[in-house]
Design a protein around this ligand. Structure first.
Ligand code: PMP
Length: 419
């Protein structure tokens, strides 16, 4: 971080940058990738999908099928809203999840991440209020921050966004342009919004004339329990739905999509064309080919089984090594467990010590627009093996126990946590 500051200091073009670019900071997660990628470090930090589980032969046969006889399309520019065949498949996929979509209403994007950026571009003027959950997906915070909003935050609990707190904000005079939420298997909190809260949220936002941005990359990675209706299914008129193939197929193909009310959909297409003309025709056709063959559902089921076993390994290890030191959420799907440590510990400050002990996590502060969250951390169970997860959590438990003992000895309290 210090080197980064020094570089900025001597940057001969520093004075030329637009205000929004001056505010850009390397996310804590990005800065971590380099260290956490060291083979001796067990990374519970990044949320990398376990793409190694995809059957290589099936992927290759889809890619071959795209290139054989179709290079004229696959290697050419395509239309701004996306390839019609892929939009048809995405409409089918959503229909199976209870969300009605006309293929014409879908805008294909370079991952859901691009949709977040385009939404910021279309909806946020500097100083506009927007609502995010606290904590919130760090990539959405960075995408929106570039457009200089005023972030209002609404806390989460085990039932997801606390809609009463949103109501209080509105009653208090807040006039946000939109509310951004990840209702299913939240990143980073791991929680899922209850049906009651979903109904309350859409009713409240409809009444107040506020858009909801529903970011939904994880819902199909459910390990147990019954799926809940998407917000978009409850109120198509005020919900912008964002989907992604990154977690259920591959982040490398960079395919996401947006399903928005008609006026916003047209602006999304125009903004998308201005940003990059179109998404890659090649990877759109690969994605279409993947979804065309019903076997993708079997592959998805095996991914879910792998992630479930890893989630279980993480929860067991937390119980074994952190029970005295922390509390955590119990996700029914997705990639993440959100851990709360005692308030006197600072997970940002502790990270170098964790890396010395060869384990990495994402400090909680990364997920708040206002520096809160220093007593939280996000642990991902998606990528490391079950054995590595157990060992990583054990190392973390040792670190926290040592820090806690140090704190107690310095503050004159009892040193035996059992006493
Ligand atoms: N939203 C959330 C909640 C995410 O966790 C991610 C990826 N980590 C994204 C959006 C971006 O995904 P994509 O690969 O589709 O751009």
């Amino acid at each position: 971080m210090r080197r980064h500051m020094a570089e900025l200091h001597v940057d001969p073009h520093g004075a030329l940058y637009a205000r929004r670019a001056r505010g850009l900071q390397a996310s804590e997660i990005r800065a971590l990738f380099a260290v956490a990628a060291r083979p001796d470090v067990i990374s519970l930090a990044g949320g990398l999908p376990f793409v190694q589980a995809l059957p290589e032969e099936d992927v290759l046969s889809v890619v071959r099928g795209v290139l054989e006889g179709r290079t004229g399309t696959a290697l050419q520019y395509g239309g701004g809203p996306g390839h019609p065949a892929l939009r048809g498949r995405l409409a089918e996929l959503m229909a199976a999840e209870g969300v009605h979509a006309d293929p014409e209403a879908i805008v294909v994007t370079n991952g859901a991440q691009q949709a977040l950026d385009l939404i910021g571009k279309i909806l946020i003027d500097p100083g506009d209020e927007i609502v995010v959950e606290a904590p919130a997906y760090v990539g959405a915070l960075s995408a929106f921050a570039a457009y200089e909003p005023r972030f209002l935050t609404v806390p989460l609990d085990e039932e997801g966004m606390m809609v009463d707190a949103l109501r209080d904000l509105l009653v208090g005079g807040a006039r946000p342009k939109f509310v951004y939420t990840v209702p299913d298997f939240h990143n980073p909190a791991g929680v899922t919004m209850s049906l009651r809260r979903r109904r309350e949220l859409v009713a409240l936002c409809r009444e107040a004339g506020i858009l909801i941005v529903e970011d939904d990359p994880y819902a199909m990675l459910r390990f147990e329990g019954s799926p809940l209706p998407r917000l978009r299914a409850l109120d198509p008129g005020s919900v912008v739905y964002l989907g992604s193939l990154s977690k259920i197929f591959s982040p490398g193909v960079r395919i996401g999509w947006a399903l928005a009310p008609p006026g916003l959909q047209q602006r999304l297409v125009l903004a998308k064309e201005a940003a990059d003309l179109c998404s890659s025709s090649f990877t759109q056709l690969v994605a279409e080919g993947w979804l065309a063959d019903g076997r993708w559902r079997e592959h998805l089921a095996s991914l879910v089984a792998i992630y479930r076993a890893r989630r279980d390994a993480m929860l067991e290890a937390l119980e074994a090594h952190l029970a005295e030191l922390a509390t955590w959420t119990r996700p029914e799907g997705g990639f993440y467990v959100w851990v709360s440590v005692p308030g006197h510990l600072d997970t940002s400050a502790l990270l170098p010590a964790a890396i010395d002990r060869r384990v990495a996590y994402v400090p909680g502060a990364a997920f708040y627009p206002d520096g809160r969250g220093r007593d939280r951390m996000r642990l991902s169970f998606c990528y490391p093996s079950e054995g590595s997860i157990r060992e990583g959590v054990r190392r973390l438990g040792e670190l926290l126990a040592d820090e806690e003992a140090l704190y107690r000895s310095m503050s004159g309290g009892p040193t035996d946590p059992g006493s």
